[in-house]
Structures are given as C-alpha cells and as structure tokens.
Design a protein around this ligand. Structure first.
Ligand SMILES: NC(=O)c1ccc[n+]([C@@H]2O[C@H](COP(=O)([O-])OP(=O)(O)OC[C@H]3O[C@@H](n4cnc5c(N)ncnc54)[C@H](OP(=O)(O)O)[C@@H]3O)[C@@H](O)[C@H]2O)c1
Length: 271
C-alpha cells in the first residue's frame, strides 16, 4: 500500500499528474492505479502510460495510501457517499476539485481522523507548467504533506498555504490562465488590426509573452524595472503605456482578480 498511488477519476487533470509523476520518476507505472468508469479513457491510460486501471474505486482504497480525487466538483458528493466506508485513517486523501472546502470532505466522509489535502491547481498543469497551492487539515503531518508537494512539483510550481488563502489563489493562479489567454487573444487581434496576418501576429504575440516571462525569471528583476528598460524617451513603448495607464490597467487587473476571489468565496459558502 505504501508505494502505490491511486487516482479516482482518469480525466485531463489525472492524466497530466500521471504524466508528470512518471516523467519525474516519483512513481513507477506499475504503482499507479486509476479508477475510471469510461472504458475508452481506461484503455487510453493503460496503453499510453502502462498504469493499472479499474472501473471501480475499491482497488484504489485497498492498495493505495495516497488517493487523489480527480473528479468534477459536481460529482464529488456522489463519489464520497459511495466510498466513505472505504476511507481509513492511514489514507492521505488529496482532492483537486475546485471550490470545495476541506470541511466538505470531513463532513461527507464523517470520520474526524481522515487526512485531507486540498489542492488548487491550474490548467497549465496539463503541459507540466502548473501553479498549485496545497492546504491540509490538522491530521496531515509535515511528512505526509511533503508527499503531496512532490506529486504537484512534478506538474509545475507549488506553494503551501492555509486554506483561508485558497480563494485568493483561485482568483490569481486558478483563474489566471483565462486572463492571460484573453490578453494574448487581444494582442493577436491588435496585430491583425495593424495589418499583420493572423498567423504572423499569433507567432509574434505568443513568443513576446513567453519570452518576456523567461526574461523576468532569468533576470530576477522586478517587472517595473524591465518595463523601464524598454521605454526609450519619446518612444513607442512609453506612448502605448500612457494609453494603458489612462484606462487604469493596474486597477482593472486588481479588480478582475478581486472579483474572482469574491466569487470563489461565494461558491465555497454554497457547499
Ligand atoms: N482541467 C483543469 O485544468 C483543472 C484545473 C484546476 C482544477 N481542476 C479540477 O480537477 C478535477 C478534474 O478535472 P478534469 O478536467 O480532469 O475533469 P475530467 O476530464 O472530466 O475528468 C474527470 C473524470 O472522472 C471520471 N469520473 C466521474 N465520476 C467518477 C467516479 N465516481 N469514480 C471514478 N471516476 C469518475 C469522469 O468520467 P466520466 O466522464 O465518464 O464522467 C472523468 O473521466 C475537477 O474537480 C476540476 O475542478 C481541473
């Protein structure tokens, strides 16, 4: 049981995690078990990653200490009702479902000693470039939290936080890819508006964004410092930044993140 890891739900996110933990050498294929009702998904996962798959979640709880719940939030209640009897005190239950608080799992499983780790990952985890925040309940030891941390490090960056901060994480990195995609889309349209073909504009916009991020990371400089370096006196960049500041760009970004944080809190309270 100790060295095996189980997934309940073999969808997009589970697949990304499976790919990451195999690539990082964290788990061997034979030690990865997946419960997934869809025959085609099971076949796909077995053929692509040589993992063991099952139509039922019973083998997962019988054989794995670490159990990752990777179903949609709306199916979580039914899943927990079905498997609550199988959850034992040695299991480390890790959920990646958006919005559901740790108290939801405690209540549904109905055992005060259950170890629960709640994770807020984001979509770039699908290409092993995710940003995940992890929170635990008091039953989870530091060593057990480290096990979860290693798993999510295999698909990107990880931060460890108290659960109270997970709404802020949802507003920033959880929903963040949507803001970035919108920005890139607008940049592409702007290139087209200025006469570039869509293909060329897309190529330039994507490379500009990914290259700027790489420069930020590798230089270690503050974004404001790098922005200062690309604005020559009376030049094009400072002229464009003037327009950006007149429409309150910083305020807009802070507002959109704040609105997502508020919405995340509302959704959590509805549970
Ligand atoms: N995708 C992302 O980028 C992302 C980002 C952050 C968080 N998340 C979270 O990650 C979780 C999974 O998302 P996803 O995108 O991977 O969803 P998904 O692709 O729909 O995968 C969920 C899988 O679980 C299966 N399933 C449903 N009920 C089950 C049960 N009782 N036992 C075992 N398997 C069951 C589903 O099968 P059927 O299709 O046959 O129902 C489906 O294959 C969600 O809670 C989501 O909030 C995802």
């Amino acid at each position: 049981m100790e060295q095996q890891i189980g997934f309940i739900g073999g969808g997009q996110m589970a697949e990304a995690l499976i790919r990451g933990i195999i690539a990082s050498g964290l788990y061997q294929e034979k030690d990865i078990l997946v419960a997934e009702p869809n025959d085609q998904r099971r076949e796909h996962l077995e053929q692509t990653y040589s993992v063991k798959t099952y139509p039922s979640n019973v083998p997962i709880f019988e054989n794995c200490r670490v159990v990752i719940l990777a179903v949609k939030p709306q199916t979580m209640k039914a899943l927990l009702e079905d498997c609550r009897e199988r959850v034992q005190s040695q299991h480390i239950i890790i959920s990646i479902a958006a919005g559901l608080p740790i108290s939801f799992y405690t209540k549904m499983i109905g055992k005060s000693e259950t170890k629960i780790i709640r994770v807020m990952p984001n979509t770039p985890a699908l290409v092993l470039e995710g940003a995940s925040a992890l929170s635990r309940n008091t039953n989870v030891s530091d060593a057990e939290l480290s096990i979860a941390e290693e798993i999510f490090l295999a698909v990107g960056e990880v931060v460890l936080l108290d659960e109270v901060h997970l709404d802020a994480v949802t507003g920033l990195s959880g929903s963040g890819p949507a803001y970035v995609f919108s920005f890139v889309e607008a940049l592409i349209d702007a290139g087209v508006k200025s006469g570039l073909t869509r293909v060329i504009s897309e190529k330039l916009a994507l490379q500009t964004v990914s290259g700027s991020i790489k420069l930020l990371r590798e230089s270690g400089e503050h974004p404001a410092a790098l922005r200062g370096k690309v604005t020559s006196p009376g030049g094009t960049a400072i002229t464009a930044l003037h327009v950006l500041e007149k429409v309150g760009f910083h305020g807009i970004i802070m507002d959109i993140v704040e609105s997502a944080v508020i919405r995340s809190k509302q959704l959590g309270e509805m549970e």
